[in-house]
Design a protein around this ligand. Structure first.
Ligand SMILES: Nc1ncnc2c1ncn2[C@@H]1O[C@H](COP(=O)(O)OP(=O)(O)O)[C@@H](O)[C@H]1O
Ligand SMILES: [Mg+2]
Length: 360
């Protein structure tokens, strides 16, 4: 596959502070790459460097094999939706979408038909003559997307495209955004600090932390095999047992004792060293304590506890269990109806595979 964009060792410093630290990444034709990381980790700076608004102190940016280091932003064939750049308030929807094409000297008739095509793509046909303040937040973001795509850029850069919207709209527009990007085959980098957004939008996800790329992988790889404690903490919900002490190790199994005195066995881990243990809540099965004694769960941990709280959240039920020593465990189960309901105060067994214990 053709590399549309390649960053090699890109570094940007502000005074003594390194905002982007030797970032290398590449993206292939038609793929969507999510750039995920907490606020301040260098995502926007990376996009600004690609677009040409910020020049790196070292490293290079290539678009379709050409080093674009000497090109001005408008000379780079890049479509932008920037977090802090709203629509031009004094321009109509039409004029906003046409802006990039006008700037590049596209003939008037071609601009008109392209604007029409773009507005129909984002389902805003008929809104051509409105001003941004006559549109809802979601409609404004769709206009901004149409504007970013209008010049048929080689690469589309979207910086937190959904962050200004409320939760419900955010989800709707996320699905729509994904469909639009796929339908036009846009090679895209979408920046977000929202892990759910990153995992759902990207063919691949790049996780950034303090200016560096800490992991790149498919959404499944990032979630199921986080490369570090930072990634595991940042992506998805987890139960953590920090500083668990090693007890014994044999035949591919290590057991640990948590600070609260709970024994947990794992398949991985370095012999003899203490560790931080991570268990994803959906990997925990709950077995009602009053059911008949289970014979055995080979390869699994079985922790006895008491149900502390049950929160039915639509499709899922979040169950908090108190283990001996007061430590707590969150289990997320599918909401399969009343017959399997657990009640606070009931004894329960939390069962999870030793292979599902991530050790850092
Ligand atoms: N023009 C600038 N001058 C000084 N510091 C900056 C500038 N732009 C960004 N930074 C700093 O660089 C870091 C990364 O910023 P940014 O790329 O905007 O992060 P993100 O988009 O991931 O939230 C932050 O600590 C920010 O304060
Ligand atoms: Mg940012």
């Amino acid at each position: 596959m053709m590399k549309v964009l390649e960053l090699k060792g890109v570094t940007k410093k502000y005074g003594g502070f390194t905002a982007v630290d030797a970032v290398s990444l590449e993206i292939e034709q038609g793929k969507v790459l999510s750039l995920l990381g907490p606020s301040g980790c260098g995502k926007t700076t990376t996009l600004r460097i690609i677009a040409g608004f910020t020049s790196p102190d070292s490293g290079s940016v290539e678009i379709s094999g050409e080093d674009v280091g000497q090109l001005r932003p408008y000379e780079r064939n890049v479509g932008l939706l920037f977090q802090d750049y709203a629509l031009f308030p004094h321009m109509t929807v039409d004029q906003n979408v046409a802006y990039g094409m006008r700037y590049r000297g596209t003939p008037v008739s071609a601009v008109a038909s392209r604007v029409k095509q773009m507005l129909s793509l984002v389902q805003l046909g008929g809104m051509e003559n409105r001003y941004p303040n006559q549109l809802s937040g979601g409609q404004q973001q769709r206009v901004a997307l149409a504007r970013a795509l209008a010049t048929d850029p080689q690469i589309v850069l979207l910086d937190e495209p959904l962050s200004a919207l409320d939760a419900k709209l955010r989800l709707e527009l996320r699905i729509e955004l994904k469909e639009i990007l796929r339908s036009v085959g846009a090679t895209t980098i979408v920046v977000t600090h929202d892990q759910e957004e990153a995992l759902s939008l990207g063919d691949e996800v790049v996780v950034m932390h303090a200016g560096t790329v800490v992991q790149r992988g498919t959404p499944t790889q990032i979630y199921e095999a986080p490369a570090s404690k930072f990634v595991a903490e940042f992506v998805g919900r987890s139960n953590w047992f920090y500083g668990a002490r090693p007890r014994r190790s044999d035949s591919g199994m290590s057991s640990y004792l948590t600070g609260d005195g709970v024994e947990i066995c794992a398949r991985s881990g370095q012999e003899g060293s203490s560790a931080d243990l991570c268990i994803r809540p959906e990997n925990i099965e709950l077995v009602n304590g009053s059911a008949r004694e289970p014979v055995d769960y080979p390869g699994h941990n079985v922790l006895l506890g008491v149900v502390l709280d049950v929160a039915p959240l639509g499709a899922d039920v979040h169950v908090v269990i108190e283990l001996p020593g007061k430590s707590r465990l969150l289990a997320i189960r599918k909401n399969v109806g009343r017959s399997q309901a657990l009640l606070p105060g009931e004894p329960v067994r939390a069962v999870f595979s030793m292979s599902d214990v991530l050790v850092f």
